[in-house]
Design a protein around this ligand. Sequence first.
Ligand code: 5GP
Length: 120
Amino acid sequence: ATQPYDDQNIFAKILRGEIPSSKVYEDAHALAFHDINPQAPTHILVIPKGAYVSWDDFSDRASDEEIAGFVRAVGKVARAAGLVAPGYRLLANTGPDSNQEVPHLHVHIFAGAPLGPMLA
Ligand code: 5GP
């Protein structure tokens, strides 16, 4: 990993139940909750339960089971929220140029309205 995992990051605290979140889904590998500052009508964050800083860290160190479980969880959240037909966007900021703010891997799910071009 390019940086050590900080177990005091806000999503680690959410995973431990130390601060509340608006949970939409949970299984052995993933937790999904509403973003506190939504950038689309539907804005959900999906995080792996393991201690991974970023997409880069996760794709490098996580087991195949963790990766499969997490990817399936993202799809399950989107299906359960009824987002497949209207469509949705996934985003995972990784590293300094991406402006990743929380150093625990999270996949953003944006949906609920036409989203426009990327990076608009
Ligand atoms: P990043 O910029 O790291 O890709 O995205 C971090 C996201 O986490 C932001 O969209 C921000 O609104 C969200 N966020 C930050 N702190 C909290 C929190 O305490 N609770 C929830 N639900 N979302 C948070």
